[in-house]
Ligand binder design. Structure first.
Ligand SMILES: [Zn+2]
Length: 300
């Protein structure tokens, strides 16, 4: 059976998988993303892809990467989370190394495709994907028209929607971006500033039941996320929201608060459908594989 290798690049880890046409993950590898810049990361990708493809009938490669991505050219236009990654002609470079067709997409867009194919989005005609990890990503997906990538491949970048005008400075150059309030990185920094103790964002959210500082941070997180969802619901009226990323694993502490906040804040949208991502951390891998199959080998 035809197979592809998909890669989900993050600032902290690089995940890759060998996937068949029905969406079975046959083999996978996860390594820490190199901090040594562009050439080192590309070398890591080539090695991991070649390892997974060895002895298999791999026909194509799909990549999800952080940043604004020109998905037609397969180039990373701007990436603030990985030093030196902006301006990488990723598809072209990997094709030269691998001798296989390569398709590249923004990581949150890939996650949305993964959830549409194999996850919580399967039942939705349209949905907005929100990924809550080290940073905040987003994607707008409709079964009829596919991803809304915008006129300059910046569509769905809800991490840089303004949540608090004039607020915290963002690496993108704006002030008050969503990413400065809802990212795991910011939850960790807030906890450290108020307690002098270093916890991971997962630990902060998990501690919310018994630690007052953590609870305050998690409550604010749920409130702010509801503000974002209310705006998006009123602008796009999607059939639902699929919320993924690492922080969703720790939703036992904040999901009901989010639900209550959305019901209180979003009074015009009717019942807003909120779903946790069902493919967990594999959404990006499934989505990049889906792209590799559908763009390079004909629709699934
Ligand atoms: Zn920003």
């Amino acid at each position: 059976m035809e197979r592809v290798v998909s890669v989900d690049l993050g600032a902290t880890s690089l995940k890759a998988a060998l996937i068949d046409r029905t969406g079975n993950i046959l083999c996978r590898k996860t390594i820490a993303t190199s901090k040594a810049g562009r050439a080192a990361i590309i070398e890591q990708m080539v090695t991991v892809i070649q390892d997974l493809a060895r002895g298999e009938s791999v026909k194509a490669v799909g990549i999800g990467t952080p940043g604004f991505v020109d998905s037609k050219m397969g180039s990373v236009l701007l990436a603030t989370n990985i030093p030196g990654w902006s301006g990488t002609h990723l598809a072209h470079t990997l094709q030269e190394h691998l001798g296989l067709p390569v398709v590249v997409e923004n990581d949150a867009n890939a996650a949305a495709l993964g959830e549409a194919w194999k996850g919580a989005g399967q039942s939705l005609e349209s949905f907005i994907m929100i990924t809550l990890g080290t940073g905040v990503g987003g994607a707008l997906y409709s079964r009829r028209t596919g991803l809304l990538s915008g006129s300059g491949f910046r569509g769905g970048e809800i991490g840089h929607a303004i949540l608090y005008p004039g607020g915290a400075a963002c690496a993108c150059g704006q002030k008050g971006c969503v990413e400065q309030y809802l990212s795991g990185h910011v939850l960790e920094a807030n906890y450290l500033r108020r307690t002098n103790k270093r916890l991971s964002s997962a630990e902060v959210l998990a501690a919310a039941a018994k630690d007052d500082v953590a609870r305050g941070i998690a409550e604010r997180f749920a409130f702010d996320l509801a503000v974002l969802i209310t705006s998006l619901q009123n602008i796009f009226d999607p059939a639902g929201f699929v919320i993924g990323g690492g922080l969703v694993h720790w939703r036992a502490t904040w999901w009901s608060w989010l639900d209550r906040n959305v019901r209180e804040q979003c009074v015009h949208g009717g019942r807003v459908c909120l779903l946790p991502a069902a493919t967990g951390n594999d959404a990006g891998l499934y989505g990049a594989a889906y792209l590799a199959f559908s763009n390079l080998m004909g629709a699934l």
